[in-house]
Design a protein around this ligand. Structure first.
Ligand SMILES: *[C@@H]1O[C@H](CO)[C@@H](O)[C@H](O)[C@H]1NC(C)=O
Ligand SMILES: *[C@@H]1O[C@H](CO)[C@@H](O)[C@H](O)[C@H]1NC(C)=O
Ligand SMILES: *[C@@H]1O[C@H](CO)[C@@H](O)[C@H](O)[C@H]1NC(C)=O
Ligand SMILES: *[C@@H]1O[C@H](CO)[C@@H](O)[C@H](O)[C@H]1NC(C)=O
Ligand SMILES: *[C@@H]1O[C@H](CO)[C@@H](O)[C@H](O)[C@H]1NC(C)=O
Ligand SMILES: *[C@@H]1O[C@H](CO)[C@@H](O)[C@H](O)[C@H]1NC(C)=O
Length: 486
Protein backbone atom coordinates (compact mmCIF):
# COMPACT_ATOMS: atom_id res chain seq x y z
CA UNK A 1 0.00 0.00 0.00
CA UNK A 2 1.19 3.47 -0.78
CA UNK A 3 1.00 5.22 2.55
CA UNK A 4 1.62 8.67 1.16
CA UNK A 5 -1.84 8.81 -0.46
CA UNK A 6 -3.35 7.90 2.85
CA UNK A 7 -1.27 10.46 4.71
CA UNK A 8 -2.18 13.37 2.48
CA UNK A 9 -5.85 12.39 2.64
CA UNK A 10 -5.55 12.23 6.42
CA UNK A 11 -3.77 15.57 6.55
CA UNK A 12 -6.56 17.28 4.59
CA UNK A 13 -9.15 15.76 6.86
CA UNK A 14 -7.32 16.88 9.98
CA UNK A 15 -6.79 20.37 8.59
CA UNK A 16 -10.53 20.59 8.06
CA UNK A 17 -10.94 19.87 11.73
CA UNK A 18 -8.46 22.60 12.48
CA UNK A 19 -6.03 20.14 13.99
CA UNK A 20 -2.57 19.08 13.10
CA UNK A 21 -1.69 15.62 14.31
CA UNK A 22 1.31 13.59 13.31
CA UNK A 23 0.72 10.22 11.76
CA UNK A 24 2.14 7.86 14.36
CA UNK A 25 2.58 10.37 17.13
CA UNK A 26 5.82 11.04 18.88
CA UNK A 27 7.01 9.92 22.27
CA UNK A 28 9.56 11.40 24.67
CA UNK A 29 11.93 10.00 27.26
CA UNK A 30 11.37 11.50 30.70
CA UNK A 31 14.45 10.99 32.85
CA UNK A 32 14.72 12.28 36.40
CA UNK A 33 18.46 12.32 37.16
CA UNK A 34 18.45 15.99 38.03
CA UNK A 35 19.38 17.90 41.17
CA UNK A 36 16.33 20.15 40.70
CA UNK A 37 13.71 18.19 38.78
CA UNK A 38 10.55 19.93 37.61
CA UNK A 39 7.49 18.85 39.59
CA UNK A 40 5.92 15.80 37.85
CA UNK A 41 2.61 17.62 37.38
CA UNK A 42 4.42 20.41 35.52
CA UNK A 43 6.08 17.87 33.22
CA UNK A 44 2.79 16.11 32.49
CA UNK A 45 1.22 19.47 31.62
CA UNK A 46 4.15 20.11 29.25
CA UNK A 47 3.58 16.73 27.59
CA UNK A 48 -0.12 17.48 27.17
CA UNK A 49 0.43 21.08 26.01
CA UNK A 50 2.79 19.78 23.34
CA UNK A 51 0.53 16.83 22.49
CA UNK A 52 3.29 14.33 23.11
CA UNK A 53 1.24 11.14 23.23
CA UNK A 54 3.75 8.68 24.64
CA UNK A 55 6.32 8.81 27.41
CA UNK A 56 9.13 6.45 28.38
CA UNK A 57 10.30 6.33 32.00
CA UNK A 58 13.56 4.77 33.20
CA UNK A 59 12.03 3.41 36.36
CA UNK A 60 8.64 3.16 37.98
CA UNK A 61 8.97 6.62 39.52
CA UNK A 62 5.90 6.99 41.70
CA UNK A 63 5.71 10.77 41.32
CA UNK A 64 5.77 10.53 37.54
CA UNK A 65 3.28 7.65 37.40
CA UNK A 66 0.84 9.39 39.74
CA UNK A 67 1.03 12.57 37.68
CA UNK A 68 0.37 10.58 34.49
CA UNK A 69 -2.89 9.17 35.85
CA UNK A 70 -5.84 10.03 33.61
CA UNK A 71 -3.60 12.08 31.32
CA UNK A 72 -4.35 9.89 28.31
CA UNK A 73 -0.62 9.57 27.72
CA UNK A 74 0.71 6.09 26.89
CA UNK A 75 3.50 5.00 29.20
CA UNK A 76 6.53 2.72 28.85
CA UNK A 77 7.83 1.95 32.35
CA UNK A 78 11.47 0.98 32.66
CA UNK A 79 13.24 -1.44 34.96
CA UNK A 80 16.79 -0.31 35.84
CA UNK A 81 19.63 -2.73 35.09
CA UNK A 82 20.48 -3.11 38.76
CA UNK A 83 17.14 -4.85 39.36
CA UNK A 84 17.67 -7.46 36.63
CA UNK A 85 19.53 -9.90 38.85
CA UNK A 86 16.77 -10.26 41.41
CA UNK A 87 14.02 -10.29 38.79
CA UNK A 88 15.88 -13.01 36.86
CA UNK A 89 16.41 -15.21 39.88
CA UNK A 90 13.19 -14.75 41.77
CA UNK A 91 9.75 -15.24 40.23
CA UNK A 92 8.12 -13.67 43.29
CA UNK A 93 10.23 -10.53 42.88
CA UNK A 94 8.98 -10.20 39.30
CA UNK A 95 5.40 -10.71 40.45
CA UNK A 96 5.84 -8.07 43.17
CA UNK A 97 7.35 -5.66 40.69
CA UNK A 98 4.38 -6.07 38.36
CA UNK A 99 1.86 -5.84 41.22
CA UNK A 100 3.39 -2.72 42.71
CA UNK A 101 4.60 -0.93 39.60
CA UNK A 102 2.10 -1.90 36.91
CA UNK A 103 -1.12 -3.42 38.22
CA UNK A 104 -1.57 -0.83 40.96
CA UNK A 105 -1.31 2.08 38.51
CA UNK A 106 -3.29 0.48 35.69
CA UNK A 107 -6.27 -0.78 37.66
CA UNK A 108 -7.08 1.90 40.20
CA UNK A 109 -4.65 4.60 39.08
CA UNK A 110 -5.82 5.13 35.52
CA UNK A 111 -2.28 5.13 34.12
CA UNK A 112 -2.16 3.90 30.52
CA UNK A 113 0.87 1.60 30.79
CA UNK A 114 1.52 -0.08 27.43
CA UNK A 115 5.05 -1.40 27.79
CA UNK A 116 7.54 -2.53 30.38
CA UNK A 117 11.13 -1.90 29.33
CA UNK A 118 13.22 -4.61 30.99
CA UNK A 119 16.69 -3.13 31.56
CA UNK A 120 18.24 -0.20 29.75
CA UNK A 121 20.84 -0.97 27.08
CA UNK A 122 21.95 -4.00 29.15
CA UNK A 123 24.25 -5.37 26.41
CA UNK A 124 26.16 -2.14 25.82
CA UNK A 125 29.77 -3.23 25.20
CA UNK A 126 31.04 -0.81 27.86
CA UNK A 127 29.03 -2.72 30.50
CA UNK A 128 31.43 -5.64 29.94
CA UNK A 129 28.73 -8.31 29.86
CA UNK A 130 27.46 -7.56 33.38
CA UNK A 131 23.81 -8.20 32.42
CA UNK A 132 24.26 -10.93 29.80
CA UNK A 133 22.90 -13.76 31.90
CA UNK A 134 20.12 -11.90 33.72
CA UNK A 135 18.35 -9.87 31.04
CA UNK A 136 16.54 -12.69 29.24
CA UNK A 137 15.37 -14.55 32.38
CA UNK A 138 14.18 -11.22 33.85
CA UNK A 139 12.28 -10.53 30.61
CA UNK A 140 10.66 -13.97 30.80
CA UNK A 141 9.72 -13.56 34.46
CA UNK A 142 8.19 -10.12 33.92
CA UNK A 143 6.24 -11.39 30.91
CA UNK A 144 4.94 -14.35 32.95
CA UNK A 145 4.02 -12.04 35.82
CA UNK A 146 2.11 -9.71 33.47
CA UNK A 147 0.20 -12.69 32.06
CA UNK A 148 -0.71 -14.00 35.50
CA UNK A 149 -1.79 -10.50 36.54
CA UNK A 150 -4.20 -10.53 33.59
CA UNK A 151 -2.27 -7.83 31.75
CA UNK A 152 -0.70 -10.00 29.05
CA UNK A 153 -2.52 -8.45 26.12
CA UNK A 154 -2.56 -4.87 27.40
CA UNK A 155 1.05 -4.47 28.51
CA UNK A 156 3.93 -5.68 26.31
CA UNK A 157 7.51 -6.30 27.38
CA UNK A 158 10.59 -5.15 25.49
CA UNK A 159 14.31 -4.52 26.09
CA UNK A 160 15.68 -1.13 24.97
CA UNK A 161 18.96 -2.04 23.32
CA UNK A 162 21.80 0.08 22.13
CA UNK A 163 22.49 -0.13 18.40
CA UNK A 164 25.79 -1.85 19.22
CA UNK A 165 23.93 -5.17 19.60
CA UNK A 166 24.25 -5.46 15.83
CA UNK A 167 27.07 -4.75 13.43
CA UNK A 168 27.86 -5.03 9.77
CA UNK A 169 30.77 -7.05 8.42
CA UNK A 170 30.72 -4.97 5.21
CA UNK A 171 29.83 -1.53 6.65
CA UNK A 172 26.69 -1.73 4.51
CA UNK A 173 23.23 -2.40 5.98
CA UNK A 174 23.03 -5.69 4.05
CA UNK A 175 26.04 -6.96 6.03
CA UNK A 176 24.03 -6.57 9.26
CA UNK A 177 23.80 -9.28 11.88
CA UNK A 178 23.78 -9.44 15.66
CA UNK A 179 27.10 -8.87 17.41
CA UNK A 180 28.98 -12.15 17.37
CA UNK A 181 29.51 -12.40 21.16
CA UNK A 182 25.74 -12.14 21.82
CA UNK A 183 24.35 -13.52 18.56
CA UNK A 184 22.54 -16.57 19.90
CA UNK A 185 21.21 -14.72 22.96
CA UNK A 186 19.84 -11.97 20.71
CA UNK A 187 18.07 -14.51 18.49
CA UNK A 188 16.49 -16.15 21.56
CA UNK A 189 15.28 -12.76 22.80
CA UNK A 190 13.90 -11.77 19.41
CA UNK A 191 12.07 -15.11 19.17
CA UNK A 192 10.58 -14.57 22.61
CA UNK A 193 9.46 -11.02 21.76
CA UNK A 194 8.03 -12.16 18.43
CA UNK A 195 6.20 -15.15 19.95
CA UNK A 196 4.56 -12.83 22.48
CA UNK A 197 3.69 -10.05 20.04
CA UNK A 198 6.19 -7.67 21.66
CA UNK A 199 8.33 -5.07 19.89
CA UNK A 200 12.09 -4.86 19.47
CA UNK A 201 13.39 -1.58 20.94
CA UNK A 202 16.58 0.07 19.71
CA UNK A 203 18.30 3.37 20.53
CA UNK A 204 19.94 5.02 17.52
CA UNK A 205 22.39 7.92 17.89
CA UNK A 206 23.87 9.61 14.82
CA UNK A 207 25.45 12.12 17.24
CA UNK A 208 27.52 9.32 18.77
CA UNK A 209 28.68 8.25 15.30
CA UNK A 210 30.04 11.75 14.87
CA UNK A 211 31.40 11.96 18.43
CA UNK A 212 33.29 8.67 18.14
CA UNK A 213 34.77 9.29 14.72
CA UNK A 214 36.26 12.70 13.86
CA UNK A 215 36.36 11.75 10.17
CA UNK A 216 32.65 10.87 10.08
CA UNK A 217 30.99 13.04 7.39
CA UNK A 218 28.91 15.59 9.33
CA UNK A 219 26.23 15.84 6.65
CA UNK A 220 25.56 12.10 6.82
CA UNK A 221 24.42 12.51 10.45
CA UNK A 222 21.48 14.72 9.35
CA UNK A 223 18.47 14.32 7.08
CA UNK A 224 19.28 16.86 4.38
CA UNK A 225 20.30 14.39 1.69
CA UNK A 226 24.03 13.77 2.01
CA UNK A 227 25.81 13.23 -1.26
CA UNK A 228 27.09 10.88 -2.50
CA UNK A 229 24.72 8.46 -0.79
CA UNK A 230 25.82 5.01 0.33
CA UNK A 231 24.83 2.45 -2.29
CA UNK A 232 23.88 -0.93 -0.86
CA UNK A 233 23.14 -3.14 -3.86
CA UNK A 234 20.89 -0.52 -5.42
CA UNK A 235 19.32 0.72 -2.17
CA UNK A 236 20.73 4.14 -1.35
CA UNK A 237 21.26 5.74 2.03
CA UNK A 238 21.81 9.47 2.48
CA UNK A 239 21.77 9.49 6.30
CA UNK A 240 23.22 7.26 8.98
CA UNK A 241 19.93 6.88 10.86
CA UNK A 242 18.36 4.98 7.94
CA UNK A 243 21.51 2.95 7.35
CA UNK A 244 21.70 2.02 11.03
CA UNK A 245 17.98 1.11 11.27
CA UNK A 246 18.17 -1.00 8.12
CA UNK A 247 21.27 -2.80 9.41
CA UNK A 248 18.97 -3.97 12.21
CA UNK A 249 16.29 -4.98 9.70
CA UNK A 250 18.87 -7.09 7.84
CA UNK A 251 19.98 -8.70 11.11
CA UNK A 252 16.38 -9.52 12.01
CA UNK A 253 15.65 -10.79 8.51
CA UNK A 254 18.71 -13.06 8.40
CA UNK A 255 17.66 -14.67 11.64
CA UNK A 256 14.06 -15.28 10.57
CA UNK A 257 12.19 -12.25 11.98
CA UNK A 258 11.69 -9.79 9.11
CA UNK A 259 8.38 -8.48 10.39
CA UNK A 260 8.82 -7.89 14.12
CA UNK A 261 7.67 -4.41 15.08
CA UNK A 262 10.39 -1.95 16.04
CA UNK A 263 10.36 0.94 18.48
CA UNK A 264 13.12 3.53 18.41
CA UNK A 265 13.46 3.92 22.17
CA UNK A 266 15.79 6.92 22.02
CA UNK A 267 16.72 9.32 19.26
CA UNK A 268 17.95 12.88 19.61
CA UNK A 269 20.83 15.33 19.71
CA UNK A 270 22.44 17.17 22.66
CA UNK A 271 22.91 20.94 22.82
CA UNK A 272 26.04 21.42 24.89
CA UNK A 273 29.21 19.79 26.20
CA UNK A 274 30.86 18.95 22.88
CA UNK A 275 31.88 20.76 19.71
CA UNK A 276 29.06 19.01 17.80
CA UNK A 277 26.51 19.47 20.57
CA UNK A 278 24.78 22.81 20.06
CA UNK A 279 21.26 24.13 19.51
CA UNK A 280 21.86 24.61 15.77
CA UNK A 281 22.75 20.95 15.16
CA UNK A 282 20.14 19.67 17.62
CA UNK A 283 17.45 21.69 15.87
CA UNK A 284 18.61 20.46 12.47
CA UNK A 285 18.64 16.82 13.53
CA UNK A 286 15.44 16.75 15.57
CA UNK A 287 13.45 18.80 13.05
CA UNK A 288 14.73 16.58 10.24
CA UNK A 289 13.64 13.54 12.20
CA UNK A 290 10.25 15.04 13.11
CA UNK A 291 9.56 15.98 9.49
CA UNK A 292 9.90 12.34 8.58
CA UNK A 293 7.67 11.27 11.45
CA UNK A 294 5.06 13.81 10.27
CA UNK A 295 5.29 12.48 6.71
CA UNK A 296 4.95 8.91 7.96
CA UNK A 297 8.22 8.21 6.18
CA UNK A 298 10.38 5.38 7.40
CA UNK A 299 13.56 3.85 6.04
CA UNK A 300 14.20 2.18 2.65
CA UNK A 301 13.48 -1.28 4.15
CA UNK A 302 10.63 -0.14 6.45
CA UNK A 303 8.98 2.70 4.53
CA UNK A 304 6.03 3.16 6.92
CA UNK A 305 5.59 5.17 10.08
CA UNK A 306 8.43 5.18 12.62
CA UNK A 307 7.48 4.60 16.24
CA UNK A 308 9.94 6.69 18.26
CA UNK A 309 10.66 8.40 21.57
CA UNK A 310 12.78 11.53 21.50
CA UNK A 311 15.74 11.63 23.84
CA UNK A 312 15.00 13.55 25.68
CA UNK A 313 12.37 15.80 27.11
CA UNK A 314 14.38 17.73 29.74
CA UNK A 315 18.08 18.18 30.58
CA UNK A 316 19.33 16.17 33.58
CA UNK A 317 22.24 17.75 35.46
CA UNK A 318 22.98 14.74 37.64
CA UNK A 319 23.57 12.20 34.86
CA UNK A 320 26.93 10.48 34.74
CA UNK A 321 29.29 12.20 32.32
CA UNK A 322 31.22 8.99 31.74
CA UNK A 323 29.89 8.91 28.12
CA UNK A 324 30.89 12.58 27.68
CA UNK A 325 30.02 16.10 28.89
CA UNK A 326 27.12 16.23 26.42
CA UNK A 327 25.26 13.64 28.50
CA UNK A 328 23.51 16.30 30.64
CA UNK A 329 22.20 18.24 27.63
CA UNK A 330 19.92 15.98 25.60
CA UNK A 331 16.65 17.77 26.41
CA UNK A 332 14.48 19.52 23.84
CA UNK A 333 13.73 21.63 26.93
CA UNK A 334 16.14 23.07 29.47
CA UNK A 335 16.07 21.73 33.05
CA UNK A 336 13.50 24.40 33.95
CA UNK A 337 11.12 23.63 31.09
CA UNK A 338 12.14 26.58 28.91
CA UNK A 339 12.67 25.89 25.22
CA UNK A 340 16.13 25.72 23.66
CA UNK A 341 15.32 26.09 19.96
CA UNK A 342 12.38 26.03 17.62
CA UNK A 343 10.98 22.59 17.03
CA UNK A 344 7.80 21.66 15.22
CA UNK A 345 6.61 18.29 16.49
CA UNK A 346 3.74 18.38 14.02
CA UNK A 347 1.27 18.17 16.86
CA UNK A 348 0.42 21.86 17.27
CA UNK A 349 -1.12 24.42 14.97
CA UNK A 350 1.50 26.92 16.11
CA UNK A 351 4.35 24.57 15.17
CA UNK A 352 6.16 25.75 18.29
CA UNK A 353 7.02 24.07 21.56
CA UNK A 354 5.08 25.14 24.64
CA UNK A 355 7.35 25.70 27.67
CA UNK A 356 6.63 24.54 31.22
CA UNK A 357 4.18 26.70 33.13
CA UNK A 358 4.21 28.12 36.63
CA UNK A 359 7.87 27.27 37.29
CA UNK A 360 9.23 28.84 40.49
CA UNK A 361 12.84 29.97 40.61
CA UNK A 362 15.21 30.69 43.47
CA UNK A 363 16.16 34.37 43.99
CA UNK A 364 17.86 36.38 41.26
CA UNK A 365 21.35 36.08 42.66
CA UNK A 366 24.54 34.38 41.60
CA UNK A 367 27.84 33.38 43.19
CA UNK A 368 30.87 34.61 41.25
CA UNK A 369 34.60 35.11 41.69
CA UNK A 370 35.29 38.32 43.61
CA UNK A 371 36.38 41.02 41.16
CA UNK A 372 39.48 41.78 43.28
CA UNK A 373 40.90 38.26 43.04
CA UNK A 374 44.31 37.88 41.52
CA UNK A 375 44.22 35.03 38.99
CA UNK A 376 47.43 33.69 40.56
CA UNK A 377 45.62 33.19 43.89
CA UNK A 378 46.51 29.70 45.05
CA UNK A 379 42.95 29.14 46.31
CA UNK A 380 41.52 29.53 42.82
CA UNK A 381 42.47 26.26 41.08
CA UNK A 382 41.48 23.94 43.93
CA UNK A 383 38.23 25.86 44.49
CA UNK A 384 37.21 25.55 40.85
CA UNK A 385 38.11 21.84 40.84
CA UNK A 386 36.11 21.33 44.00
CA UNK A 387 33.06 23.18 42.69
CA UNK A 388 33.15 21.36 39.35
CA UNK A 389 33.55 17.97 41.01
CA UNK A 390 30.34 18.52 42.97
CA UNK A 391 28.28 20.61 40.59
CA UNK A 392 27.96 20.83 36.81
CA UNK A 393 30.70 22.38 34.67
CA UNK A 394 29.79 20.58 31.43
CA UNK A 395 29.08 23.93 29.72
CA UNK A 396 32.77 24.85 30.07
CA UNK A 397 35.26 23.59 27.52
CA UNK A 398 36.18 23.78 23.86
CA UNK A 399 33.29 24.96 21.67
CA UNK A 400 30.63 24.67 24.37
CA UNK A 401 28.13 27.36 25.37
CA UNK A 402 30.56 28.88 27.90
CA UNK A 403 33.72 27.92 26.03
CA UNK A 404 34.67 31.55 25.46
CA UNK A 405 34.98 32.48 29.14
CA UNK A 406 38.40 33.51 30.44
CA UNK A 407 39.76 31.76 33.52
CA UNK A 408 38.04 34.25 35.84
CA UNK A 409 34.76 33.61 34.03
CA UNK A 410 35.37 29.89 34.36
CA UNK A 411 35.81 30.26 38.11
CA UNK A 412 32.61 32.31 38.40
CA UNK A 413 30.71 29.75 36.38
CA UNK A 414 31.94 26.92 38.59
CA UNK A 415 31.18 28.78 41.84
CA UNK A 416 27.69 29.66 40.67
CA UNK A 417 26.95 26.13 39.59
CA UNK A 418 27.88 24.90 43.06
CA UNK A 419 25.95 27.66 44.81
CA UNK A 420 22.75 27.05 42.81
CA UNK A 421 23.03 23.32 43.24
CA UNK A 422 22.98 23.90 47.00
CA UNK A 423 19.91 26.10 46.75
CA UNK A 424 21.81 29.38 47.17
CA UNK A 425 22.90 28.59 50.71
CA UNK A 426 25.21 31.38 51.90
CA UNK A 427 27.69 28.74 53.01
CA UNK A 428 27.89 27.43 49.42
CA UNK A 429 29.41 30.72 48.25
CA UNK A 430 32.29 30.80 50.71
CA UNK A 431 35.20 29.79 48.57
CA UNK A 432 38.01 31.15 50.74
CA UNK A 433 38.31 34.89 50.10
CA UNK A 434 37.63 34.52 46.40
CA UNK A 435 33.85 34.35 45.94
CA UNK A 436 31.02 36.80 46.35
CA UNK A 437 27.27 36.97 45.75
CA UNK A 438 25.94 39.33 43.08
CA UNK A 439 22.48 40.34 41.90
CA UNK A 440 23.73 41.36 38.48
CA UNK A 441 23.35 38.55 35.93
CA UNK A 442 26.83 37.37 34.84
CA UNK A 443 25.47 35.53 31.75
CA UNK A 444 27.05 36.49 28.41
CA UNK A 445 26.15 35.56 24.83
CA UNK A 446 25.26 31.88 24.74
CA UNK A 447 26.60 31.26 28.24
CA UNK A 448 23.85 31.14 30.84
CA UNK A 449 24.68 31.36 34.53
CA UNK A 450 21.74 29.36 35.80
CA UNK A 451 19.41 30.02 38.66
CA UNK A 452 17.93 26.79 39.91
CA UNK A 453 14.26 26.16 40.35
CA UNK A 454 12.65 25.88 43.74
CA UNK A 455 11.90 22.26 44.48
CA UNK A 456 9.29 21.33 47.05
CA UNK A 457 11.20 18.28 48.12
CA UNK A 458 14.86 17.48 47.87
CA UNK A 459 15.37 15.06 45.00
CA UNK A 460 16.89 11.63 45.62
CA UNK A 461 20.00 12.75 43.82
CA UNK A 462 20.36 15.81 46.04
CA UNK A 463 19.81 13.82 49.23
CA UNK A 464 22.72 11.65 48.22
CA UNK A 465 24.90 14.65 47.44
CA UNK A 466 23.90 16.39 50.64
CA UNK A 467 24.49 13.33 52.76
CA UNK A 468 28.01 13.04 51.37
CA UNK A 469 29.11 16.56 52.07
CA UNK A 470 28.28 20.16 52.54
CA UNK A 471 29.07 22.75 55.16
CA UNK A 472 31.55 25.56 55.07
CA UNK A 473 33.98 23.80 57.31
CA UNK A 474 33.93 20.74 55.08
CA UNK A 475 34.45 22.87 52.01
CA UNK A 476 37.37 24.61 53.67
CA UNK A 477 38.81 21.35 54.88
CA UNK A 478 38.56 19.86 51.40
CA UNK A 479 40.16 22.94 49.91
CA UNK A 480 43.01 22.78 52.38
CA UNK A 481 43.58 19.16 51.45
CA UNK A 482 43.42 19.95 47.74
CA UNK A 483 45.77 22.90 48.15
CA UNK A 484 48.29 20.44 49.46
CA UNK A 485 48.08 18.49 46.25
CA UNK A 486 48.20 21.38 43.81
C1 LIG B 1 8.90 -0.57 41.87
O1 LIG B 1 9.78 0.30 41.15
C2 LIG B 1 10.59 1.11 41.98
C3 LIG B 1 11.31 2.11 41.07
O2 LIG B 1 12.09 1.46 40.09
C4 LIG B 1 11.52 0.22 42.78
O3 LIG B 1 12.33 1.00 43.63
C5 LIG B 1 10.71 -0.75 43.61
O4 LIG B 1 11.57 -1.66 44.24
C6 LIG B 1 9.74 -1.53 42.71
N1 LIG B 1 8.86 -2.33 43.55
C7 LIG B 1 8.95 -3.66 43.62
C8 LIG B 1 7.99 -4.33 44.53
O5 LIG B 1 9.74 -4.30 42.96
C1 LIG C 1 34.57 -2.47 31.95
O1 LIG C 1 35.95 -2.78 31.81
C2 LIG C 1 36.79 -1.63 31.68
C3 LIG C 1 38.19 -2.10 31.39
O2 LIG C 1 38.57 -3.14 32.24
C4 LIG C 1 36.68 -0.79 32.96
O3 LIG C 1 37.48 0.36 32.85
C5 LIG C 1 35.23 -0.40 33.18
O4 LIG C 1 35.09 0.29 34.40
C6 LIG C 1 34.33 -1.63 33.18
N1 LIG C 1 32.95 -1.19 33.23
C7 LIG C 1 32.03 -1.73 34.01
C8 LIG C 1 30.67 -1.15 33.95
O5 LIG C 1 32.28 -2.69 34.74
C1 LIG D 1 6.37 -11.03 6.75
O1 LIG D 1 5.30 -10.28 6.18
C2 LIG D 1 5.13 -10.56 4.78
C3 LIG D 1 4.09 -9.59 4.25
O2 LIG D 1 2.98 -9.55 5.08
C4 LIG D 1 4.71 -12.03 4.61
O3 LIG D 1 4.56 -12.32 3.24
C5 LIG D 1 5.80 -12.92 5.20
O4 LIG D 1 5.39 -14.27 5.17
C6 LIG D 1 6.11 -12.53 6.66
N1 LIG D 1 7.26 -13.29 7.09
C7 LIG D 1 7.30 -13.93 8.25
C8 LIG D 1 8.56 -14.70 8.54
O5 LIG D 1 6.40 -13.90 9.06
C1 LIG E 1 25.44 30.96 19.93
O1 LIG E 1 24.55 29.91 19.56
C2 LIG E 1 24.05 30.00 18.26
C3 LIG E 1 23.03 28.90 18.08
O2 LIG E 1 23.59 27.62 18.31
C4 LIG E 1 25.20 29.90 17.25
O3 LIG E 1 24.72 30.04 15.96
C5 LIG E 1 26.22 30.97 17.56
O4 LIG E 1 27.34 30.78 16.74
C6 LIG E 1 26.66 30.93 19.01
N1 LIG E 1 27.51 32.07 19.32
C7 LIG E 1 28.72 31.91 19.82
C8 LIG E 1 29.46 33.17 20.12
O5 LIG E 1 29.21 30.82 20.06
C1 LIG F 1 37.84 26.99 31.41
O1 LIG F 1 37.47 25.69 31.89
C2 LIG F 1 37.46 24.66 30.89
C3 LIG F 1 36.92 23.41 31.52
O2 LIG F 1 37.53 23.13 32.75
C4 LIG F 1 38.85 24.50 30.31
O3 LIG F 1 38.82 23.53 29.29
C5 LIG F 1 39.31 25.82 29.75
O4 LIG F 1 40.64 25.71 29.30
C6 LIG F 1 39.23 26.91 30.81
N1 LIG F 1 39.57 28.19 30.21
C7 LIG F 1 40.42 29.03 30.76
C8 LIG F 1 40.71 30.27 30.00
O5 LIG F 1 40.96 28.79 31.84
C1 LIG G 1 41.51 35.24 53.69
O1 LIG G 1 41.87 36.57 53.92
C2 LIG G 1 42.27 36.82 55.30
C3 LIG G 1 42.48 38.30 55.48
O2 LIG G 1 43.20 38.84 54.39
C4 LIG G 1 43.50 35.98 55.61
O3 LIG G 1 43.86 36.18 56.95
C5 LIG G 1 43.20 34.53 55.39
O4 LIG G 1 44.36 33.74 55.57
C6 LIG G 1 42.66 34.30 53.97
N1 LIG G 1 42.21 32.90 53.85
C7 LIG G 1 42.63 32.08 52.89
C8 LIG G 1 42.13 30.67 52.94
O5 LIG G 1 43.37 32.45 51.98
Amino acid sequence: MDCRGFVSFGAVWLLLLGLVVSVGGIGANWGTQATHPLPPATVVTMLKDNRIQKVKLFDADSGALQALAKSGIEVMVGIPNDMLYSLANNVAAAQNWVAKNVSAYVSSGGVDIRYVAVGNEPFLSTLNGTYLTTTFPALQNIQAALVSAGLGSQVKVTVPLNADVYESSTNLPSGGDFRSDIHDLMVEIVKFLSDNGCPFTVNIYPFISLYNDPSFPVGYAFFDGYSPPLNDGGTTYDNVFDANYDTLIWALQKNGYPNISIIVGEVGWPTDGDRNANPTYAQKFNQGFMNRVMQGKGTPLRPGTIDAYLFSLIDEDAKSIQPGNFERHWGIFNFDGTTKYELNLGTMNSGALVPGKGVHYLSKKWCIMSPSVNLDDSNLGPSVSYACAHADCTSLGYMTSCGDLDSGGNASYAFNSYYQQFNQLDSACKFPNISTITTSNPSTGNCTFKIMIATTQTSDVMSRVLSVQHSVSLVLLALTCLSGIF
